[in-house]
Design a protein. Structure first.
Length: 252
């Protein structure tokens, strides 16, 4: 059975002290959590080692990176390689976030290379994708999602999919306070699982965790997570507050 996952994407927030307070607060709030639930936090690179040390106190909090480069090493000023992450024990990376696509011009070609590099290193990828407001309004959202998945993921083999977590994040719902309704999330997640079944088989489709992201908060998490094809959430703003993040985890 696929596990439930609640992942906090801290983005470019919190310095060392503030992020340590947050991870300690989360760890302290987790005893009793089912083994079927994974909790992941993704701090900025510079804070990863501190957060890891703190989370080692309570093995329930896993640490992921928010990004990585596609090359093994080399002249890429400011970038971080898969090998560097793995050498400090980071085996999960978020790729394809809409902010990376929008502000850093990461396109399908680049993202495909990043996904391949991560999988070559046997890293786990939280792959983000989702339509923009105009796509939703124009009724193209299913086509856009199909294209994003097929561009970057549908050339992978069945075994590769053991290391893929999907995060459907409609861009119009990220950081806007606007959330997809639980029905809209379920509809898209079922569509995605069906696409995977068509390209692979029902076993692969059944195994992959599909997270929802976009203004998830304590007030709406339970209803969104109650949908059969929603396996958890990728949380931005609400993952920065201990109480909110714990409340979201407890909604799963
Ligand atoms: P949000 O961000 O929860 O603040 O909308 C979600 C994300 O960007 O992953």
């Amino acid at each position: 059975m696929r596990k439930k996952i609640v992942a906090g994407n801290w983005k470019m927030n919190l310095n060392k002290e503030a992020s340590l307070a947050l991870v300690n607060g989360i760890s302290d709030g987790l005893p009793g959590l089912s083994d079927m639930v994974r909790v992941i936090v993704a701090p900025p690179f510079v804070n990863i080692p501190y957060i890891q040390d703190a989370s080692n106190r309570n093995a329930r909090v896993e640490v992921a990176a928010q990004n990585m480069h596609f090359a093994e090493s080399g002249a890429y000023t400011g970038e971080v390689a898969a090998d560097m992450l793995q050498a400090i024990g980071i085996n999960t990376v978020i790729l394809g976030h809409s902010e990376r696509r929008e502000y850093f011009k990461e396109d399908a070609h680049l993202l495909t290379k990043k996904v391949e590099q991560a999988l070559e290193h046997k890293m786990e990828v939280i792959f983000c994708f989702g339509e923009k407001l105009e796509d939703r309004q124009g009724g193209n959202h299913f086509d856009i999602v199909r294209e994003q998945l097929s561009d970057s993921l549908f050339h992978l083999n069945d075994v590769d999919w053991d290391n893929i977590i999907l995060a459907y994040e409609p861009v119009w719902a990220i950081g806007t306070g606007e959330t997809a309704s639980p029905e809209q999330a379920q509809e898209m997640h079922a569509f995605i699982r069906n696409l995977i079944e068509q390209h692979y088989d029902d076993e692969v489709a059944d195994r992959v965790s599909i997270l929802y992201g976009g203004s998830v908060k304590p007030a709406n998490a339970k209803e969104i997570f109650s949908k059969p094809d929603v396996d958890g959430g990728l949380i931005g703003g609400a993952s920065l507050k201990t109480e909110d993040f714990l409340a979201i985890i407890n909604s799963i």
